[in-house]
Design a protein around this ligand. Structure first.
Ligand SMILES: Cc1ncc(COP(=O)(O)O)c(C=O)c1O
Length: 389
C-alpha cells in the first residue's frame, strides 16, 4: 500500500540534497566552533557560511540570525526575551504587557501563560470566522506598558495568512516591538525581513525539508531583548550551547532550496493545485457534507482544513491511517488528543464543525494523482461512517 503523507505541516521528510550536505558535514566537520584550533575553525566556517546563506535568502544581516533548537525555542526566546528586557529597563517597576492572538501555536500561547504566571499581562486578540486577525483589534489592545506584539504569519491549523505588514506598520507607529512566528510560512510566501515592519521572527528547519531540532530567531539590530539560555559565548552571547553544526548546515541547504525562485514558484503552484484538487474532488463527491475551515483566498498553499459533518475527527483519522493516508486534527501537539482545537474554537465554529475537522497538508513528494486518489478514499470512508451511525 502506498503511503500518502498529507501531514507536512506537522513535519516534512528531509530533502535528499539536505541529507547529502548533512552527512558530509557529520563526516568531515567534527570540531567545536568555539575551539580555536583547525578543526574548530572549520566548524566555525561552516556555521558562518550557513548563516550567510540564510541571511541572503531571508533579506537580513547575518548577525541578526540566532540559531536555536527550533520554532518553539525561537518563540519562547522572543516573548520572554523582550518581556524580561522591558521589565529590567523599567527598574523592575512595571510588569510589561504583551499582545498576541488566540490562534497562535502553543509555543507562543503556553509561553504567554507562563509570563502571566510570572506577573506579566497578556491580551489574546480573537480572529474572525476565517481565522484572520484584524490590525484594528491589535492596535485597540495596545497599552502604555505594551512591550511586544506577537502575531503568526500563517496559521498551522487552517492556513490563514495574517495581515502582518499592516499590523507591523501600525504597531511600529506606536513604538512597540513586533514578533511573527513564520514557521509555516517560510518557503511558501516571499519573505524579505529587512523590508517587513517586524523586529523578531521564528523559523524551524523541519517544516521545510530540513532536520528536526534546528531553528532560527531573527532579531533586528537594535531591538532590545534578553537571552533565554545562558552559558558559553555562542551566537554572540545571545544563545548559549554548542551549535548543531550539521543540522545548521542542513537548514541552510533547506532554506536555499525552499526559497530559490524557480523551484519555489513551481512548488507553490503544485501545492496549490494539489490543495485545489483535493478540495474540489471532496466537494464533488460529498457535496454539502464538507465545509472549508479557514480563509477561502488568503491562505497558505499547503494547508487544507475541512470538516466532514457527522464524522468525528478521530474516527476519520484512524480510518485514513488504515488506508495509508496521513492527516491530522490540527497542530502536532494536539493531534492524538480528543480536545477540540483552540484555533477552531477561537474562530467560533459550531461544535459539530469543530469536532469533525481534519487538516491535510502538502509538500515534497505529493502529486495531483495522490489528491485524486485520497479524495476517493476519504469520500468512501466518510460515507461508510455516516451511514453506519
Ligand atoms: C506555527 C508553528 N510555530 C511553532 C512550531 C514549533 O516548531 P518546532 O517544532 O520547531 O519547535 C510549529 C510546529 O508545529 C508551528 O507550526
Amino acid at each position: 500500500m502506498e503511503r500518502i503523507n498529507f501531514d507536512h505541516a506537522a513535519t516534512t521528510p528531509l530533502h535528499p540534497a539536505v541529507i547529502d550536505v548533512m552527512v558530509a558535514s557529520m563526516r568531515d566537520v567534527y570540531g567545536n566552533p568555539s575551539s580555536v584550533h583547525a578543526a574548530g575553525r572549520e566548524a566555525k566556517l561552516a556555521l558562518n557560511q550557513a548563516r550567510d546563506r540564510i541571511a541572503a535568502r531571508l533579506g537580513c544581516k547575518p548577525q541578526e540570525l540566532i540559531f536555536t533548537s527550533g520554532g518553539s525555542e525561537s518563540d519562547n526566546t522572543a516573548l520572554y526575551g523582550v518581556a524580561m528586557a522591558a521589565w529590567l529597563k523599567s527598574g523592575k517597576q512595571v510588569k510589561p504587557h504583551l499582545v498576541t492572538t488566540q490562534i497562535e501555536h502553543h509555543a507562543v500561547l503556553h509561553a504567554c501563560e507562563r509570563l502571566e504566571r510570572l506577573g506579566f499581562e497578556v491580551t489574546y486578540v480573537a480572529p474572525d470566522e476565517f481565522g484572520q486577525v484584524q490590525a484594528d483589534d491589535i492596535v485597540a489592545a495596545l497599552q502604555p506598558n505594551t512591550c511586544l506584539v506577537s502575531v503568526m504569519y500563517g496559521n498551522n491549523e487552517v492556513g490563514t495568512l495574517q495581515p502582518i505588514e499592516q499590523i507591523g506598520a501600525r504597531v511600529r507607529e506606536r513604538g512597540v516591538l513586533m514578533h511573527t512566528d513564520a514557521v509555516q510560512a517560510l518557503g511558501l510566501v516571499p519573505l524579505h525581513l529587512a523590508s517587513l515592519p517586524i523586529d523578531f521572527a521564528s523559523f524551524s528547519a523541519h517544516k521545510i525539508n530540513g532536520p528536526k531540532g534546528v531553528g532560527l530567531l531573527y532579531a533586528r539590530t537594535g531591538a532590545a531583548w534578553d537571552p533565554y539560555l545562558y552559558g558559553g559565548n555562542q551566537e554572540r552571547k545571545r544563545r548559549a550551547g554548542t551549535e548543531n553544526v550539521a543540522g545548521i548546515v542542513g537548514f541552510a541547504e533547506a532554506v536555499e532550496l525552499a526559497t530559490s525562485d524557480a523551484e519555489s514558484a513551481a512548488k507553490i503552484e503544485l501545492l496549490g493545485q494539489i490543495r485545489h484538487t483535493l478540495w474540489t474532488e471532496l466537494c464533488a463527491q460529498l457535496g454539502a457534507h464538507v465545509v472549508l475551515n479557514g480563509h477561502p483566498e488568503q491562505g497558505l498553499p499547503h494547508i487544507l482544513n475541512v470538516s466532514f459533518s457527522g464524522v468525528p475527527t478521530e474516527s476519520l483519522l484512524m480510518n485514513l491511517d488504515m488506508e495509508g493516508i496521513l492527516a491530522a486534527s490540527g497542530s502536532a501537539c494536539t493531534s492524538g488528543s480528543l480536545e477540540v482545537s483552540h484555533v477552531l474554537q477561537a474562530m467560533r465554529l459550531d461544535h459539530e464543525r469543530a469536532r469533525t475537522a481534519v487538516r491535510f497538508s502538502f509538500g515534497l513528494g505529493n502529486t495531483i494523482e495522490q489528491a485524486q486518489f485520497a479524495a476517493h478514499q476519504i469520500a468512501t470512508i466518510v460515507t461508510r461512517v455516516r451511514t453506519r451511525r
